[in-house]
Design a protein around this ligand. Sequence first.
Ligand SMILES: O=C(O)CCC(=O)C(=O)O
Length: 254
Amino acid sequence: MDRGLIEFYRENGYVLVPGLFAEEAASLRKECHDLAVRLSRNEDLDATWGSARAAVAEAKTTKILHCHNVQFYSAALGRLMSDPRLTEYAAAIIGTENVQLHHNKMFIKPPEKGSPFPMHQDKPFFPHERDSMIAAIIHFDDAPLEKGCLRVVPGSHKLGDLPHDGDGAWHLPFDKYPIESATPLPAKAGDVLFFSYLTIHGSGINTSSEARTTLLVQMRDPSDPPTVQTHRSRGQGAMLRGVDPNPIPQFEEY
Ligand SMILES: O=C(O)CCC(=O)C(=O)O
């Protein structure tokens, strides 16, 4: 592990680790696209934010395909989340031995019309006591600027909790935080982008001729409890590295 990258994260609230999954990116990309085909037989996978449609003129007709909790549909994607190449960085960034899954989301931004994400912090969606939550975006294909790569405001993880607009689908005010003003982080297939749930981030429209395919994994220290019981899902609480030192039953039995 490159300790310099961890230092970079502490200062900037994000870090792009190159090539972690470069070898398997193409096969995992296919795994994602096959999954989207299987799922879309039974449901509409579009997850475009209403606020994106309202604020970005071109987003009226865009789409983004998504799937929560991929481990219930693909063993390869499930294994990826506990792969030590990912979890060792996650542990070092969080500053813990133990890494717990909060949730994950596969996103496919389709060519020419892939939806944007308004700028936001993730914290309002699922606040935790010690702010240990981080996201890792695993890139399965190249994500240059024109594909709507992630954008961040470097150092914004130090700003604390910012007031968001919305009611559950939180975003920062569009006039103060236009997507184009944030720093784009183009990535290559196999790169992993880690960022704090306090780091301001979003992404633009995919206007390129190829899909942008990613898996976003939200992880936390299992000893950092949520302050609000919200954003719960079936796979939440699974250990990706180490142990849960103080396990408590989180859900009623199904
Ligand atoms: O994948 C992206 O472009 C951004 C996703 C995001 O910000 C989110 O799901 O909170």
